[in-house]
Design a protein around this ligand. Structure first.
Ligand code: ZN
Ligand code: ZN
Ligand code: FE
Length: 734
């Protein structure tokens, strides 16, 4: 891969072992010829396998013995490339340890320089204008290197050999602090002045890698509330940047895998249990934290009176992240009093990525900066396709060879502004990766902007893909499940909303499927939901729907008038939709337990129930009615436990886990495939709930199943496009 310092590292290694020869990047991978004694070759081999450069992922090595060529010294040769070969575009990488050490070394020429980087770290995807990845095709093109930087850039023994964004205080970008009208400070003074503003409780917009953050003190509830008010975001949790891992430990409960995720070069936001509930995430026992990932972030914490800052995307609620200096002044002006800007342009927007951890691995919930556009290896060839994804948490996917390239998180594709970002990013990525799709895959929902975009494309085949089939196929693809060879899998797809083949809203689905098709074996019982989209926000409407279905009278904390209206709608089935959604079942449970009547952001009720659950092991009864999984008895029992919501929440999770395992057992028994049907894929936004994932995994394994959760792509609709793509590929082959 370009931009990871692989060739200079090989050069240094060859020099250390006294080997002659060359190394070059080719489209087939890295090629090197090494000439020297047996002993030197063996030494090189050992170092190569045991200490690869930090960002390189060596997939495979092929070796061959050649006749003597009589090389004099070791050379890095020009790269060779074929015109339409797949080119890897590197993602942005958090500051490496060596750069951080230089940045902190008062004697170094880059001491305190906020744009220090090398081949192991720094901006990549967000500054690339075109391929090949070369400084001339990045937003660093406008900064000619000084002689010292140029010398590093040309020195194969330097960590900055061909470090395209290489920069120093002499020649690179710089920071400035502005208020709403004018420039106030520049250079180091700008950062010091920013620290004072933050310490006084102000909100400052800070330009980063893939966009702007709005920053304020994380431990000052008044500052956080002010930001919440200005951002018009009532409850949604804010991400927090902490100075170091120690500062993270005082705010959240970290496991080893959480610490590893925090410190990884991708520097995601890691969600962990919070040690205290605060204005950062009102009512929620979770906290999302990240470590500084650019030298500018490190500088913001250096010598400051704080160790944690709220760092939330610089946008109004539901709008795409702002990226240009002018755009920011116009759009963020009402949100921030001051702007810490720099003069390196952001070419591509990228939000911070979000992960949770489970069974020692990162589980990506939002895949963006640091992850995109690293391709997902499909483990097999695939045509050149586009899959446009869904509506919420949109990301699209392009495929070629054995690669699936998912775009960074685009956002909720509900307005033209976001559609514009979608289209721009698509044009960009088609060019970068040299992909000319012959077909486009889309969701079956006719109203999605993504569907309309796909249907409007000219000269390509259009392939509609069922939402939950796509979820499961995404899970199959990232886990390299080959259904042609190994037979079908059971797919458990639990989410909020997905268009069904019967025109109803699905979301509690058990599929038996391969890439070519699916059979809907079981689903949650349909319940009539009043008011469609209104019911997603007013979760008590789900509560009422499930309560009525179970024959219960449950009081909800809403006006009697509102209750009466919705009751009538359900009773006479006016303006209702039938849904088998698991997300709505979570909503209903939260409302029936009195935990929440209204959701202020997607998934709020479910996140609260997950946090609320204690370790009670009880399970409620559930039933089957033909192919329907019926939770009416569960709802009745739950309502009886409403006085102890922590126990009821635990039992609800246990019940779902048992229902998942029991249903899979029934499917296996009816299939006649026996152990041939033992692989279970778990997908859909509900599986962002790690407590449910853990319990379901346990119950399924106890029943003799192998489980396949997501890791590389989100279980939510952010991973949908990957599934659409591999299903479309199967359709084209079939
Ligand atoms: Zn570095
Ligand atoms: Zn320089
Ligand atoms: Fe979904």
């Amino acid at each position: 891969m370009q931009g990871v310092g692989f060739r200079p590292w090989i050069h240094q290694l060859a020099a250390r072992h006294g080997l002659a020869g060359f190394v070059l990047n080719s489209t087939a991978g890295v090629v090197m010829e090494l000439e020297g004694t047996e002993e030197a070759l063996a030494g090189f081999h050992l170092d190569f396998t045991e200490h690869p450069p930090p960002l390189a992922a060596v997939e495979s090595v092929t070796e061959e013995t050649l006749p003597d060529a009589g090389y004099k010294g070791f050379a890095i040769r020009e790269s060779s490339s074929e015109p339409d070969a797949f080119v890897l575009v590197p993602p942005d990488v958090g500051t490496c340890a060596e750069c951080f050490a230089e940045f902190r070394d008062a004697a170094n020429r880059r001491a305190g320089y906020p744009f220090t980087n090398c081949t192991h770290c720094g901006p990549r995807y967000t500054i690339i204008r075109d391929v090949p990845y070369d400084r001339a095709f990045t937003t660093m093109a406008e900064f000619p290197m000084c002689p010292a930087c140029q010398a590093e850039y040309e020195d194969p023994s330097s960590r900055r050999f061909h470090a395209e964004p290489n920069a120093c205080p002499e020649c690179g970008p710089h920071v400035e602090l502005w208020d709403q009208r004018q420039r106030l400070q520049a250079g180091g003074d700008a950062v010091a002045a920013t620290q004072r503003l933050l310490e006084q409780g102000h909100i400052v917009a800070i330009k980063g890698l893939g966009g702007f953050h709005l920053a304020c003190l994380a431990d000052d509830d008044a500052a956080v509330r002010l930001l919440r008010e200005r951002k018009r975001r009532s409850d949604k949790p804010f991400a927090v940047m902490v100075r170091d891992v120690e500062a993270a430990e005082t705010r959240g409960v970290l496991g080893d895998e959480d610490r590893a995720a925090l410190a990884s070069p991708r520097r995601p936001i890691v969600i962990v249990p919070a040690r205290r509930v605060s204005a950062i995430a009102p009512g929620l026992h979770w906290i999302g934290m990240m470590l500084p990932y650019t030298p500018l972030h490190h500088l913001l914490f250096a010598g400051a009176a704080y160790e944690a800052l709220v760092m939330t995307s610089g946008n109004l609620s539901e709008e795409p992240i702002a990226s240009g200096n002018e755009e920011v002044a116009a759009r963020l002006h009402p949100l921030a009093s001051h702007f810490l800007l720099h003069n390196r342009q952001i070419q591509t927007r990228a939000d911070d990525s979000v992960v949770r951890t489970f069974e020692g691995r990162e589980r990506v919930m939002r895949r963006s900066r640091g992850y995109a556009p690293t391709p997902v290896d499909l483990g097999r060839g695939c045509g050149q396709l586009l899959a446009v994804g869904g509506e919420l948490k949109n990301a699209f996917c392009l495929t070629k060879d054995h690669y699936a390239v998912l775009s960074q998180h685009i956002g909720d594709l509900e307005n033209l502004e976001t559609l514009r970002v979608f289209e721009e990013t698509l044009e960009h990525m088609k060019r970068f990766f040299r992909i000319a799709p012959v077909a486009v895959a889309h969701d079956l929902h006719p109203g999605y902007l993504s569907t309309r975009f796909a249907v409007g494309m000219e000269g390509v085949r259009k392939i509609g893909v069922q939402h939950h089939h796509a979820h499961i196929a995404a899970c199959m693809a990232e886990n390299h499940l080959d259904t042609n060879r190994q037979g079908p899998v059971i797919g458990v797809a639990l989410d909020g909303t997905g268009y069904g083949t019967d025109g109803k809203i699905w979301g509690g689905e058990f599929l038996v499927c391969d890439y070519a098709g699916f059979e809907r074996a079981y689903h949650f019982r349909y319940v009539p939901l009043a008011g469609g989209d209104a019911a997603v926000k007013e979760v008590w409407r789900s509560g009422l729907a499930y309560a009525r279905d179970a024959g219960l009278e449950v009081p909800f904390a809403v006006t009697p008038e509102a209750m009466a209206v919705v009751d009538r709608m359900i009773g006479s089935r006016i303006n209702t939709v039938d849904t088998s959604s698991c997300g709505r079942l979570f909503d209903a449970v939260a409302a029936i337990l009195g935990v929440r009547m209204k959701a202020n952001y997607e998934g709020q009720a479910a996140m609260e129930l997950e946090a609320l659950a204690n370790d009670d092991a009880g399970v409620y009864r559930f039933d089957y009615d033909g192919g329907e999984l019926d939770f009416r008895e569960t709802i009745r029992s739950l309502a009886g436990n409403a006085a102890d919501p922590a126990t009821a929440a635990a039992r609800f999770h246990n019940t779902l886990a048992r229902a998942i395992a029991e249903t899979c057992l029934r499917i296996r028994a009816a299939s006649g495939l026996g152990q041939g049907l033992r692989r279970v894929c778990l997908s859909g936004g509900v599986f962002q709930n790690i407590l449910l994932l853990k319990k379901a995994a346990h119950a399924l394994r106890a029943a003799g199943f192998e489980i396949y959760p997501h890791s590389l792509v989100p279980p939510n609709d952010g991973g949908l496009a990957l599934g659409q793509a591999v299903i479309a590929d199967a359709a084209l082959r079939g």
